[in-house]
Design a protein around this ligand. Structure first.
Ligand code: PRP
Ligand code: URA
Length: 208
């Protein structure tokens, strides 16, 4: 099982708050945005830099800036939407594509209902974002869809994963690095992560 667990104390603290059943939609959304921003900080650690010359009020000097790498963020609808603003705070120039998938409640297989990607898919590095990696079917399908459109560099960023989901993405997309805040114990009979945080989409949008 291959996933990078981002165990920064701030993320772990906020993750505990977000798991709590007493946390309502407003606080849930705020925490998810904050965690997404902190995780994005870690996931962008290897962005390439280049040198530029600037003039400070004191003198001129050579400094580092980002080497203009094009980044695309792909939230999986709906719950991935809750992480977009946090990531964009760190990378405001990133383009955002959307992939709409829902899990069929009987089969737990992902059903695609929407896809709108940046036009220059081949030239971008992508971060697929979804708070939940349960069976792994949705994330794996979103990655497959991106690859079929020509994407070559993809990372997956989730909040909570089940071992089953990590292993499925590892198997189907060994080239994709997975970043998570926690890998939980297991899935229950309904495909929910245990202990997890419940249905992320419903908790973000207050639909249950
Ligand atoms: C949730 C979640 C993931 C998916 C994870 O979405 O946001 O996309 O389930 O499960 P999987 O790893 O087994 O595929 P859901 O299908 O509930 O749709 P929603 O975000 O619209 O509520
Ligand atoms: N989707 C969710 O929102 N939560 C889970 O635990 C599993 C899938």
């Amino acid at each position: 099982m291959n996933a990078k667990i981002i165990d920064h104390p701030l993320i772990q603290h906020k993750l505990t708050l977000i798991r709590d059943v007493k946390t309502g939609p407003k606080e849930f959304r705020e925490l998810l945005e904050e965690i997404a921003m902190l995780m994005a900080y870690e996931i962008t650690r290897d962005l390439p830099l280049e040198e530029t010359e600037i003039t400070t009020p004191v003198t001129t000097c050579k400094c580092k800036i980002l080497a203009g790498k094009k980044v695309g963020i792909i939230p999986i609808l709906r719950a991935g939407l809750g992480m977009v603003s946090g990531v964009l705070k760190l990378m405001p120039a990133a383009k955002v594509g959307h992939v709409g998938l829902y899990r069929d409640p009987e089969t737990l297989k992902p059903v695609e209902y929407y896809c709108k990607l940046p036009t220059d898919v081949q030239d971008r590095d992508f971060i697929v974002i979804d708070p939940m990696l349960a069976t792994g079917g949705s994330s794996s399908a979103a990655i497959e869809l991106l690859k079929n459109k020509g994407a070559k560099h993809i990372k997956l960023m989730c909040l909570v994963a089940a071992p089953e989901g990590v292993m499925l993405v590892n198997k189907e997309h060994p080239d994709v690095e997975i970043y998570v805040a926690a890998v939980d114990e297991c899935l229950n009979d309904h495909g929910y992560i245990v202990p997890g945080l419940g249905d992320a989409g419903d908790r973000i949008f207050g639909t249950k």
